[in-house]
Design a protein around this ligand. Sequence first.
Ligand code: RP5
Length: 164
Amino acid sequence: MSSIQVGVVMGSSSDWDTLQHAVAILQEFGISHEARVVSAHRMPDDMFAYAQDAAPRGLQAIIAGAGGAAHLPGMLASKTTVPVLGVPVASKHLHGVDSLHSIVQMPRGIPVATFAIGAAGAANAALFAVAMLANHDAALRARLDAFRSKQTEAARAMTLPPAP
Ligand code: RP5
């Protein structure tokens, strides 16, 4: 069994600008992970193999990002019960609304946890994966609580320019 806890997959290298924000969070929390291009449309056999191997490999979650006709998260979810966290990538023509709808509108019985379009969604998918892993890891829970506290302090310290 591999020691990889979270897989980060995306439909194209052009999705990396978005999905790198998930990887940065996983790195920050010391979560073992991998990042790969696994295209639903251009390499469907590889996609099915990735999904089928996910549980035997010991993956705890798959963060899957794609844009446009974003079938990758849903099709992965159709072939594994490892939780799939879907990240809609902003597309050129429809700005990611197409990606969001493609990912979120799953049929009953095959869930994909769907996050916001773009970088915030990618980061939040990773934070959600951290929260799932923290259910069985008290030290990780403490690091996640510290992350939240730091964020709260940063928000409290925010100032605004003087009114015109
Ligand atoms: C999707 O098509 C990918 O997830 C990507 O967001 C989009 C465009 O891919 P490229 O043409 O940039 O490779 O499958």
